[in-house]
Write a protein that binds this ligand. Structure first.
Ligand SMILES: *[C@@H]1O[C@H](CO)[C@@H](O)[C@H](O)[C@H]1NC(C)=O
Ligand SMILES: *[C@@H]1O[C@H](CO)[C@@H](O)[C@H](O)[C@H]1NC(C)=O
Ligand SMILES: *[C@@H]1O[C@H](CO)[C@@H](O)[C@H](O)[C@H]1NC(C)=O
Ligand SMILES: *[C@@H]1O[C@H](CO)[C@@H](O)[C@H](O)[C@H]1NC(C)=O
Ligand SMILES: *[C@@H]1O[C@H](CO)[C@@H](O)[C@H](O)[C@H]1NC(C)=O
Ligand SMILES: *[C@@H]1O[C@H](CO)[C@@H](O)[C@H](O)[C@H]1NC(C)=O
Ligand SMILES: *[C@@H]1O[C@H](CO)[C@@H](O)[C@H](O)[C@H]1NC(C)=O
Ligand SMILES: *[C@@H]1O[C@H](CO)[C@@H](O)[C@H](O)[C@H]1NC(C)=O
Ligand SMILES: *[C@@H]1O[C@H](CO)[C@@H](O)[C@H](O)[C@H]1NC(C)=O
Ligand SMILES: *[C@@H]1O[C@H](CO)[C@@H](O)[C@H](O)[C@H]1NC(C)=O
Ligand SMILES: *[C@@H]1O[C@H](CO)[C@@H](O)[C@H](O)[C@H]1NC(C)=O
Ligand SMILES: CC(=O)N[C@H]1CO[C@H](CO)[C@@H](O)[C@@H]1O
Length: 795
């Protein structure tokens, strides 16, 4: 008995002992001396403001030595906090970590040399009063407070930067994304930080560029002032004293005037971004002095004159973007003679005269080339055939009609990311090709033969306005990321895919103006927003599934051979009854479609359209159709519809264009139609309507042609009614007040709840697209594409 007990006790002791040893050893590696009490208090004050919803700083508890807290690093002998790293950067996909208040009392940590609170989602920055009278000299050399850029609440604000002055040892300062629009002395204050190597003040809403007599930033290597609103010239001489600068970003910052020559004295410059500004005059010859320059972006300015040939001296250049300016003159091989590292070339929207020898073999191999809207024609530039690693090629609107067939096919088949050949006059047969781009736009050409194969990762295809024939290749059913397809105006025929829902991400589908036949597939992708099947040979009835597309706002089935009646099913066309809008399409390639001279086809995202005209549809028009209160264009003309117009039509208050002509509709025109105050086009002609046209400014503003062909219809603008015409039998009592708007309103609210789930994520995507704009321009398109594909697949 006794022995057992002793054993147990000793076991227990052993256990205790091992626990303490373990504790000790795990702790001693962090610190020999415990955490400094004063530092701990400061850290706890900082913690108080934080909303740590994701539990990032759970370890910050009083039971644990503060040197072992998440992100805290101490000097190993004194136990003083030297570094605090709570960045959310590693956390790309998820939410940012810390919310709440960023309390800069943290800067009171006497020995702090490194502070990184970047990529979090703080709501507010708090300055303790003590900040302005630090008693110790600051050791801080690294300070990064830049927030996560994509947060939903408003931006972080700071009234001024005065608090920075004591931190004169700062080498790295990043306040990008914090709004500083009240700080007019930002440069003077930055100028008191003579050790600065890197300054990041991008997207800070800075709105002036103060001139300083003497710039103390002689050590500066990296300067990013992009995405501000300086509304100013660049002060000449500004760059005289920053000889070591290698990285300068002033893009999208609303700067005017010439490119100052002091800038071109920066011999060590490797990256220079001046795009999206209002820069004028010509590029100085001195640009040839930038011997180390690798990335040069002058695009989207108002620069003029010719491109200096000294540009051809910049042999380190790998990124050159000078498109969208007002340059003139020639551009020739000489401009590129030594650019053997060039990888990205953008000459879009330019009026250069291109003088490039036919047999020129460039010294470079590009991955990105944009010559969009820069005339090359009529021959496809032969030097492009020598480019074996192109990933992105945009040569749309370049006047090209002649290609070397073999080389051309070989080239475009190898473009793996984006291929744009729109608006040329290329007339090749590419039916045997397999295109591997994510985005393929060959619209407005004269391509013939069958459709090419498309790799399954494609997400945007526009082959509209060509002469493609044959049917949609079977292999296209694998396009599971496709979200945009436009085949408008070709000679395509046969049935479309049976399982259209294989294109599960599809949002925009335009197969109009072709010769497709058979029935409209029943399995329809559920995110569709635009469906255009107009001008084909589709037959059979309209599948009820079309009325179940919650995002649909444009449905055009006109000019087909559809028959039967429209079923009285449950309509789930949320987008046609709510005003919430996905403005996704503002960025997407919705185009103006023109056909012939007089016919304009336009899809405006805020315009809900239903067009079933010129088919053989019959039966009554379902009441549900008249409950789609946001519809602006409704065209049912040239069919065999019977029945009356229900008085509920008065609820379609947004209606602008209504065409019921050439049907067999009868009965009276309901008084409630006078409620359609936006109506600009009305056609009720050639039906069997009877009785008197209701008196209402709206209805009488149309002329007789809107009503003719209804022998029993009378009243202005038609002939006066006789007494028997006026009351042709049992007129029901039209109580228009009974058209309860609340009914429609109620429907709207109900639908809106479900709707925002999808809309919300699209909104996010749009923002991300914007945020990644710069990334796209610089890092390349792979990332962008992957991101889009990934984001799309979230839905
Ligand atoms: C913390 O953040 C969450 C999520 O943003 C929010 O719901 C909550 O109200 C916040 N709590 C405090 C105390 O601010
Ligand atoms: C403390 O840190 C210094 C360098 O930072 C290192 O050389 C030294 O070995 C460390 N001492 C202990 C006890 O870990
Ligand atoms: C900081 O200085 C101000 C005056 O400049 C003084 O009123 C204040 O008490 C000081 N704060 C601390 C904490 O010393
Ligand atoms: C810049 O440096 C000079 C010399 O080091 C110094 O006299 C001057 O005060 C500094 N200017 C500012 C604004 O700090
Ligand atoms: C830039 O500043 C100007 C003048 O201060 C102002 O009119 C303009 O709206 C601003 N632009 C942006 C994008 O904030
Ligand atoms: C900048 O330097 C150039 C030559 O190095 C000189 O001509 C010019 O006056 C200087 N500008 C200023 C504002 O200091
Ligand atoms: C730069 O280019 C110009 C004109 O192309 C040429 O005359 C000059 O020698 C080149 N300079 C260097 C350093 O290559
Ligand atoms: C396409 O070819 C036809 C005749 O071959 C020609 O009339 C038409 O203009 C061409 N279209 C384009 C856009 O080049
Ligand atoms: C409508 O679509 C939903 C999914 O969005 C589906 O669950 C439902 O079965 C569909 N209804 C009809 C009638 O097709
Ligand atoms: C309407 O759409 C919602 C959301 O997609 C779906 O849950 C619901 O089943 C649909 N209603 C019908 C009747 O199909
Ligand atoms: C219709 O009646 C009005 C009076 O109600 C009369 O002024 C007008 O001339 C008549 N129009 C025709 C075409 O009979
Ligand atoms: C995890 C770890 O690094 N542990 C070390 C802590 O320090 C002792 C000596 O001080 C080492 O023996 C441990 O390996």
């Amino acid at each position: 008995m006794m022995t057992i007990l002793t054993t147990q006790i000793s076991l227990l002791l052993l256990l205790l002992l091992s626990i303490t040893t373990f504790y000790k050893s795990s702790c001693s590696n962090h610190t020999v001396v415990g955490c400094n009490e004063k530092d701990r208090e400061t850290l706890l004050t900082f913690k108080k403001g934080i909303n740590d919803t994701l539990g990032r700083i759970l370890t910050w508890s009083t039971e644990i030595d503060c040197c072992a807290w998440e992100g805290v690093h101490c000097e190993n002998i004194t136990g003083r906090v030297t570094k605090l790293d709570l960045t959310g950067k590693s956390n790309f996909d998820n939410e940012p970590f810390l919310k709440g208040e960023m309390n800069l009392c943290i800067l009171e940590l006497e020995f702090l040399s490194y502070l990184d609170l970047s990529s979090n989602d703080f709501d507010v920055i708090r300055f303790p009063s003590i900040q302005h009278n630090l008693t110790h000299s600051s050791n801080l050399f690294h300070l990064d407070l830049s927030p996560f850029r994509y947060h939903d609440h408003g931006p972080l604000h700071m009234d001024n930067l005065g608090w920075l002055s004591p931190h004169s040892s700062l080498k790295y300062l990043d306040l990008s994304g914090i709004h500083l629009h009240k700080e007019t002395n930002w440069l003077q204050i930055v100028n008191t930080l003579p050790s600065l190597l890197e300054l990041q003040l991008s997207h800070c809403n800075l709105n002036n560029f103060p001139s300083v007599e003497y710039l103390n930033l002689s050590l500066l290597v990296t300067l990013d002032l992009s995405l501000n609103n300086f509304t100013s010239h660049l002060p000449d001489g500004f760059f005289n004293l920053t000889k070591d600068l290698t990285y300068l970003d002033l893009s999208q910052s609303n700067i005017y005037g010439e490119i100052p020559s002091s800038l071109l004295n920066l011999q060590n410059l490797r990256d220079l971004y001046l795009s999206y500004n209002q820069l004028q005059e010509s590029i100085p010859e001195e640009i040839g002095q930038l011997a180390h320059i690798q990335q040069l972006d002058l695009s989207e300015n108002q620069l003029q004159g010719s491109i200096p040939s000294t540009l051809g001296n910049l042999s380190s250049l790998n990124y050159l973007s000078i498109g969208s300016n007002n340059f003139s003159g020639e551009i020739s091989n000489l401009h590129f003679s030594k650019l053997s590292s060039l990888d990205h070339l953008d000459l879009r929207n330019s009026d250069f005269v291109i003088q490039i020898d036919l047999d020129w073999v460039p010294p470079f191999q590009l991955s990105h080339l944009s010559l969009r809207n820069t005339y090359q024609g009529p021959n496809f530039p032969s030097w492009i055939y020598t480019q074996k690693t192109l990933q992105y090629l945009d040569i749309s609107s370049a006047g090209i009609s002649l290609v070397d067939r073999k080389k051309f096919l070989n080239l475009i088949e190898r473009i793996p990311v984006e291929l744009y050949l729109s608006n040329n006059s290329i007339a090749e047969d590419i039916s045997n090709l397999s295109l591997i781009g994510y985005v393929v736009r060959l619209d407005h050409n004269n391509f013939t033969g069958g459709l090419p194969n498309i790799l399954s990762f494609a997400y945007g295809i526009d082959l509209s306005y060509n002469s493609f024939s044959g049917s949609i290749p079977h292999s296209w059913k694998n396009l599971e990321y496709l979200f945009y397809i436009n085949l408008w105006s070709n000679r395509l025929s046969g049935e479309v895919l049976v399982n259209l829902s294989d294109w599960r991400q599809l949002q925009f589908m335009n197969l109009g103006e072709n010769e497709f036949s058979g029935t409209i597939p029943l399995n329809i992708p559920q995110y569709l927003e635009v469906v255009i099947l107009r001008g084909n040979q589709f037959e059979g009835s309209i599948p009820t599934q079309l009325f179940n597309l919650t995002n649909l706002f444009h449905l055009d089935l006109a000019h087909n051979k559809l028959s039967g009646s429209i079923t009285e099913c449950i309509y789930n066309l949320t987008h046609m009854v709510t005003s919430n809008f996905v403005d996704e399409w503002n960025n997407a390639p919705i185009e103006l479609f023109t056909k012939g001279q007089d016919y304009v086809y336009e899809i405006e995202p805020d315009r809900r359209t239903i067009d079933f005209s010129a088919n053989n549809l019959s039966g009554k028009v379902p009441l549900e159709l008249f409950r789609l209160v946001k519809v602006q264009t409704l065209n049912l003309s040239h069919n065999n519809f019977i029945g009356t117009i229900p008085k509920t039509i008065g609820g379609m208050k947004n209606m602008e264009s209504l065409d019921f002509s050439n049907n067999k509709l009868c009965g009276e025109i309901p008084q409630s139609m006078s409620l359609l105050t936006f109506l600009g086009y009305l056609n009720l002609s050639y039906n069997n309507f009877d009785g008197k046209i209701p008196i209402a400014t709206q209805l009488q503003s149309f002329n007789a042609s809107s009503y003719i062909g209804n022998p029993k219809l009378c009243g202005a603008p038609l002939n006066n009614c006789t007494t028997e015409e006026e009351n042709p039998g049992n007129t029901e009592n039209e109580d228009d007040e009974s058209i309860r708007e609340s009914l429609y309103l109620g429907m709207g609210v109900g639908f809106a709840v479900g709707f925002w789930g999808i809309c919300g994520s699209m909104f996010l995507i749009r923002k991300w697209r914007h945020a990644y704009f710069r990334l796209v321009d610089r890092v390349g398109d792979y990332l962008y594409v992957t991101l889009i594909v990934k984001l799309n697949s979230f839905r």
